[in-house]
Design a protein around this ligand. Structure first.
Ligand code: AMP
Ligand code: ZN
Length: 483
């Protein structure tokens, strides 16, 4: 089935490369998780749905994937938010971790194999920082801080961001502060001394807490391996976060590259600006779920290539919902046609159509996970299926194969989930198969009693809901309006 190799764009080399894992068909994949100081917004959903699809496709392709994604449950943002709202830091981070997990579940994002939290790995972090100091790659200061010493691995500065030192200094907004106890402007903190009124843990350098970057080196080493196959995150993490991880991990293990492939998702923007908490231009996942079904939100995200920008608007989501509904209507038509289909092997070209479309799906996904093209192919497939149902009489088993093919695709994209329980405004307008059959029965009775007014009003009511009725010599057939 897989004759061509999967190709992946690698930020490290800035090239699209053949995907060859470090060890056989084992894939160790690490994706940076959220900082849990508030409810997550749709930009976060973009990142985690994109990596969910990448993970699902790797599994579809036969790889054994070990997927790890952390939770940053202590850092400046969490502490500041707890102070602002006069809450306990850990209660606050627990609350927003639960909120994040709930959002991911609602969106059908499969749980990571491990979801480690920073606060549960303090000892591992202290051990790694100690190792870095012992290797001559880090230094402690009298203020109880520990910094990574970039002069110990200068050749790696800019390795992922592909920028010069001058460019990074300008972009990083670093200032040489008189108070600053760093040796070099771009050195980054591994351990930070905590003031009395903030959370802290005892360490060889005094009471303190981890810097942000170190957790991902520690968690990936502990739960994946010293070298990763794939490391993922949003574009904004390339520098300083992911470069810092490369310095830390490679200085610790002496192994290069820390990750063979670096994959970064593009931004979800509003009015061309990145959706983010700090800019205040965000919609939480919960707010969006109140209006749109999880399937539509996933469709909205996945109908764009993961590296391209998605500009958010309510209209764009409505449009995504409509496009997805066309595909759902075809699935519904196939289900309905199965009831009426003859119990024979007439396939009317369906097996060839499925084979062709499976190859097209794999070709698109092998091309750096091109979900946009994969869904485009699915529209073409669905149009052909509709035409076969309308004009020919395929047997039951061929139609069942069509449904199986949609499920196979859905295992990867997760866009056809049943949202009948989502309670979203969008979904309420969809009439169920049972209700359609019921209305058709009432209409049949009205026709038998020559109550044409009633019969026509039921037909109009169904038409308004996108249901087309055809009165044939074998009885009444109906289908949903589709592509
Ligand atoms: P944070 O909690 O800010 O560290 O973000 C967690 C993940 O979500 C990171 O990989 C970010 O790059 C990603 N992310 C945050 N905002 C957006 C956005 N607007 N578009 C795409 N990805 C985002
Ligand atoms: Zn990270």
């Amino acid at each position: 089935m897989f004759t061509v190799v999967l190709r992946v764009y690698n930020t490290l080399t800035r090239e699209t490369e053949d995907f060859v894992p470090l060890k056989g068909n084992e894939v160790n994949m690490y994706v940076c998780g959220p900082t849990v100081y508030d409810h997550c917004h749709l930009g976060h959903a973009r990142s985690y749905v994109s990596f969910d699809v990448i993970r699902r496709y790797l599994i579809y392709r036969g790889y054994h994937v070990n997927y790890v994604s952390n939770i940053t449950d202590v850092d400046d943002k969490v502490i500041d938010r707890a102070k602002e709202s006069d809450e306990d830091t850990f209660e606050l981070s627990r609350k927003f971790t639960a909120s994040f997990e709930e959002d991911m579940q609602a969106l059908g994002v499969i749980d990571p194999d491990v979801r480690p939290k920073v606060t549960e790995h303090i000892k591992d972090i202290i051990d790694t920082v100690t190792r870095l100091i012992d290797n001559g790659a880090a230094y402690s200061t009298p203020k109880g801080n520990v910094y990574y010493d970039l002069n110990s691995s200068p050749e790696k500065i800019g390795i992922l961001s592909h920028q010069t030192v001058e460019g990074l200094m300008e972009g990083s907004g670093c200032r040489v502060d008189v108070e600053d106890d760093k040796r070099y402007q771009l050195d980054f903190v591994l351990w930070k001394g905590s003031p009395e009124d903030e959370p802290g843990w005892d360490s060889p350098w005094g009471r303190g807490r981890p810097g942000w970057h170190i957790e991902c080196s520690v968690m990936s080493m502990k739960y994946c391996s010293e070298q990763l196959d794939i490391h993922g995150g949003g574009l904004d993490l390339i520098f300083p976060h992911h470069e810092a991880e490369i310095h830390q991990s490679e200085s610790c293990t002496g192994m290069h590259p820390f990750s063979k492939y670096w994959i970064h998702n593009g931004f979800l923007t509003i009015d061309k600006e990145k959706m983010s908490k700090s800019l205040g231009n965000f919609f939480t996942i919960k707010e969006v779920l109140a209006k749109f079904s999880p399937g539509t939100i996933r469709f909205f995200i996945v109908y764009t290539h993961y590296r391209s920008t998605i500009d958010f608007s309510e209209d764009a989501l409505v449009e995504a919902g409509r496009a997805r509904k066309r595909l759902l209507n075809t699935i519904s038509n196939v289900k309905h046609a199965i009831y009426e289909a003859p119990d024979n092997d007439d396939e009317c070209g369906i097996s060839d159509l499925i084979d062709e479309n499976r190859s097209a799906f794999v070709d698109s996904m092998d091309d750096d996970f091109n979900t946009r093209e994969a869904i485009g192919n699915l529209f073409v497939f669905s149009r052909k299926v509709n035409s076969i149902i309308a004009n020919e009489k395929p047997g039951k088993s061929s139609l069942e194969n069509v449904l199986d093919f949609y499920s196979e695709i859905n295992q990867v994209l997760g866009i056809f989930e049943d949202d009948s329980n989502s309670g979203s405004e969008e979904q309420d307008s969809r009439i169920s198969d049972e209700d359609i059959n019921e209305l058709i029965k009432i209409r049949e009775k009205a026709r038998a009693e020559k109550d044409w007014v009633k019969a026509d009003s039921i037909r109009d009511e169904l038409q308004e809901k996108g249901i087309i009725i055809e009165d044939g010599k074998d009885g009444v057939r109906w289908r949903r309006e589709s592509s």
